[in-house]
Design a protein around this ligand. Structure first.
Ligand code: ADP
Ligand code: MG
Length: 296
């Protein structure tokens, strides 16, 4: 590995899905790197290929070309047992907590699943570890004895994060992990992710369609549009001086609290976004996410 501090890199990833007899290119030559201890955002509207990149990294999407490296190891085409072993380094949290919490299992059973998958049950003090991760996400240890339906959406997402933490991973892929939550609960979960990062040096690939969330949590951000990268860089640069019109449109779509500031921003940004001659997506305005103040 050339850079000791580079935890994960995906280089020139192309993913093609089969659609009947045709192939649909969901990702075209996409690259992203995640340094140790940092949060890298991947933002774009629905259908832009964000989950496909997450899946490519997690070994769940058909990679036509490109390379994924974790801690310098080429994991692009690892399958079976060797792929599953990566679960001690890399875990994921998805939008729907039901993905990781089986409704009919106790929380304890779901939490210990990754330990079972990594053959770690005999090596760790399971009861202590369950307590530890529940406390780490701000839950009471006795939550372990209950079932998912006894918790709110925000609590279930905390428990999903606890499950992701139980193997002590270095990186967690968060795919729309806060998108289904109310704003105040979103803020709590984002703060939790930040705290866990500070305490454990975790890295995140943080995927969201919502630029306001990405702005809040990511050190760097990559903007994806129709399977291609439009722009990437430090979050402050991308959000204050976006270079690509599509990034500007995403920023415009992200709600800000003060309606007057929002209107002023719209006035200043819209002409730049929609009036550039020769702009290659001028005819695709309908694809932009709708912004929140069109009706005020
Ligand atoms: P996002 O997460 O940004 O919403 P996705 O990665 O889920 O986007 O999807 C990107 C594109 O790939 C979409 O057009 C979607 O319909 C398509 N797609 C995703 N998964 C599959 C699949 N398994 N088979 C065929 N097409 C897919
Ligand atoms: Mg998605």
């Amino acid at each position: 590995m050339t850079d000791r501090h580079l935890l994960l890199s995906a280089t020139n990833i192309t993913v093609k899905y089969r659609r009947g007899r045709q192939h649909f290119t969901a990702l075209h030559n996409v690259s992203i790197t995640i340094p140790e201890g940092s949060t890298v955002g991947l933002v774009g509207e629905s259908g832009s290929g964000k989950s496909t990149l997450a899946k490519a990294i997690l070994g769940l999407a058909p990679i036509a070309s490109g390379r994924v490296e974790l801690l310098g190891q080429d994991i692009t085409s690892l399958t079976g047992r060797r792929r599953r072993q990566l679960g001690s380094t890399m875990q994921a949290v998805f939008q729907d907590p039901n993905t990781s919490l089986n409704p009919s299992f106790t929380i304890r059973r779901s939490l210990t699943e990754p330990l079972r998958a990594q053959n770690l049950l005999a090596q760790v003090d399971v009861a202590a570890r369950v307590d530890e991760v529940l406390i780490a996400v701000g839950m009471e240890p006795d939550a372990a004895n209950r079932r998912p339906r006894q918790f709110s959406g925000g609590q279930r997402q905390r428990i999903s994060i606890a499950r992701a933490l139980i193997t002590n991973p270095k990186i967690v892929v968060c795919d729309e992990a806060v998108s289904a939550l109310d704003l105040s609960v979103q803020a709590q979960v984002l703060n939790l992710l930040n705290d866990l990062q500070r305490k454990h040096g975790l890295s995140y690939l943080f995927i969201s369609h919502d630029m306001s969330v990405v702005k809040h949590i990511c050190h760097e951000v990559t903007v994806l549009y129709r399977g291609e990268i439009k722009e990437s860089g430090p979050t402050s640069a991308v959000t204050t001086t976006p270079q690509d019109p599509y990034t500007k449109a995403l920023l415009l779509a992200a709600p800000i609290a003060d309606p007057r500031r929002q209107r002023e921003r719209q006035r200043s940004v819209i002409p730049q976004v929609f009036a550039e001659p020769g702009d290659d997506f001028g005819s695709q305005e309908a694809d932009f996410p709708r912004h929140s103040t069109t009706s005020d």
